[in-house]
Design a protein around this ligand. Structure first.
Ligand code: PEP
Ligand code: MG
Length: 594
């Protein structure tokens, strides 16, 4: 056995988002700003060459932006003005001429001159008393970063090209980046930024690769090829571990795996409490390829098909035929179990890094999801036609995301009715009674849930966004990740209100946020009387184990107790104590937080 030096050992703590322990070499990828900038003086003879180098970088940047512009999909074309403004910035004398002047007069290299010009522009913008205009400095910065990349000859590395078994270390990965990961090669990933319910985290779970996010300084502290241990269940990362660490973690993983296979047999038993209350357990999926795992893990249907990843995966918009074939296959494989297809929820953190569209100040509150679909009827129509056509191949339900009020539901349903009419006249079959539901994930939808019940067949509570909007925390921001509190009394009361209104109106209420897969949340979700939970397939055996161990009476009692408590921390402590007492073996195996 080799004994490694302990000198450079270091440990970090991040946010665990996808379980599993991995030991492997770090592969640093740069998805952030160009940080390394050499500053040097040049002599008179070098000036012309330096100016030419700068001009070449400007030309390369111009070409790249034009290529990007051509790739902007039809439905967001109107936002491509942002790229036009980038082209104008490139030609603007404040950036271009002043940089050349600096190279010539101050005799400094192009990168340094460009940085100086940028800082000068930033100072000017800061004095402008108009928030919109002063914020446009971001565009200038973006353009400068591109020129810098071209000056340094640095290209953004494609993750699809990684051919070694490595652990990716990145400042940030977008959900689109994760779709590129070659999962037979990439063991897992860790990032500086991100939160527990960021879509990058959700993708890691879907791909079943261990991941830790929100480490803040991983890219600064880890060098390429460093040996790492990553614990996706606890968020621990050890840099250059010693042999004792490696043995300890491998043993831990083995124990965890052993216990997981011992509960796997439960996956095909019903999720029924000892006193006979049956709750439906369904799965969330992001890709068609996950359906096999969904069946294996004992899901009773798909409670949430997040359809945006088919759009993120490719550089062009999917056609109606491609969408139809995808939805049809999911419906057929799952038949007779239901499949709830959610219409496009693009936006927020779900933008492909290769599709550059309007840089919104607050993307989570911007033109996303149903808002984008209502504004772009062509985009919406293609997807709705594909879903309707697939509906005769199984039991398909339709769900609209990010509903904030009744008007949006009326408009979306009007479009749906129009499309049904189109299909009728084309004599194309579809399920005329396809159930239509909405996600309850904006606080306004909770408040008017009684009104919404009159327009829909079911509700699905999206706690990932509901927590984000109710507690005013960005779900991808690691600095406020500590405030992502499913047990906050406000959240518990909101869920209760939606369940009560659903019951009053006789419609089913499901919950499909990450809370549904969190062992500590299960007793209160049972106590709340939800009809259905939808979660990542891998957690189903564990959730069923818990449901089968807790009598409904007990869950109701605990929920009433919890409602009396004042803070998320008190609720969490109460539940942790109860769970450790009710199902001690899960506590011993590390399934509950410490
Ligand atoms: C949610 O918001 O809870 C949800 C399930 O949807 P998404 O995570 O895709 O936003
Ligand atoms: Mg959501």
């Amino acid at each position: 056995m080799t004994v490694r030096s302990n000198e450079s050992k270091d440990t970090m703590q991040g946010i665990p988002v996808s379980p599993g322990i991995i030991v492997g070499k770090a592969h640093l990828v740069d998805r952030s700003r160009v940080k390394i900038l050499y500053q040097y003086l040049i002599d008179e003879k070098q000036v012309a060459g330096e100016v030419e180098r700068f001009e070449n970088a400007i030309r390369a940047t111009d070409e790249q932006i034009k290529i990007l512009k051509n790739r902007v999909p039809e439905h967001v074309k109107e936002h491509s003005f942002i790229l036009d403004s980038h082209l104008m910035i490139l030609k603007d004398s404040m950036l271009r001429d002043s940089t050349i002047r600096r190279i010539e007069e101050e005799k400094i290299n192009a990168e340094w001159a460009l940085k100086k010009s940028f800082h000068e522009i930033r100072k000017i913008f800061a004095q402008i008393d108009d928030e919109y205009i002063s914020n446009r400095i971001q565009d200038v910065e973006n353009v400068s970063e591109r020129i810098l990349r071209n000056l340094s000859g640095e290209m953004v590395e494609s993750l699809a090209e990684i051919r070694e078994r490595v652990i990716i270390v990145a400042h940030d990965l977008s959900p689109a980046d994760t779709t590129e990961l070659n999962i037979s090669k990439v063991m897992g990933f860790i990032t500086d930024v991100g939160g527990q319910t960021s879509h990058t985290a959700i993708m890691a779970q879907a791909l079943e690769i261990p991941a830790v996010v929100g480490l803040e300084s991983a890219t600064a502290r880890i060098a390429d090829r460093d040996l790492l241990i990553v614990d996706g269940s606890t968020g621990e990362v050890i840099i250059n571990p010693d042999d004792a660490d490696i043995i300890h973690y491998q043993e831990k993983e083995l124990q965890h795996e052993k216990y997981k296979s011992s509960i796997a047999r439960i996956s095909h038993l019903p999720a029924e409490t000892p006193d006979g209350y049956r709750i439906a357990i369904k799965a969330n999926i992001e890709f068609l390829e996950e359906v096999a795992a969904v069946r294996d893990h004992g899901a009773e249907g798909i409670g949430l098909y997040r359809t945006e990843f088919l759009y993120l995966r490719s550089k062009v918009l999917p056609t109606e035929e491609e969408l139809f074939n995808d939805y049809k296959e999911v419906a057929e494989i799952m038949n007779p179990d239901p499949v709830t297809i959610r219409t496009l929820d693009l936006g927020g953190d779900k933008f492909a890094s290769h599709i550059e569209i309007a840089n919104e100040m607050n993307p989570a509150m911007g033109l996303r999801a149903i808002r984008l679909c209502l504004k772009e009827p062509g985009l919406f129509r293609t997807q709705l036609r594909a879903i309707l056509r697939a509906s005769t191949f199984g039991h398909v339900q339709l769900m609209f995301p990010m509903i904030s009020g009744v008007q949006e539901v009326i408009e979306a349903k009007e479009i749906l009715t129009r499309i049904k009419g189109e299909l009728d006249s084309e004599e194309i079959l579809y399920d005329e009674n396809i159930p239509v539901g909405v996600m309850i994930e904006i606080p306004s939808a909770v408040t008017i849930s009684d009104l919404l019940t009159k327009h829909v067949d079911f509700f699905s509570i999206g706690t990932n966004d509901l927590i984000q909007y109710a507690l005013a925390i960005d779900r991808v921001n690691e600095h406020v990740a500590y405030m992502y509190q499913p047990f906050h009394p406000a959240i518990l009361r909101m869920i209760r209100q939606v369940v009560l209104e659903g019951k009053k109106a006789g419609i089913k209420v499901s919950l499909c946020g990450e809370m549904a897969g969190d062992p500590l949340c299960i007793p209160i979700l049972l106590g709340l009387g939800l009809d259905e939970l939808s979660l990542n397939a891998r957690s189903i055996p564990l959730v069923k184990t818990i449901v089968r161990a807790i009598p409904l009476e007990q869950a109701r009692y605990d929920f009433e107790q919890v409602l009396q408590l004042n803070t998320a921390m008190e609720v969490r402590d109460y539940l942790l104590k109860r769970m450790k007492k009710m199902i001690p073996e899960l506590g011993e195996k590390g399934f509950f937080p410490t």
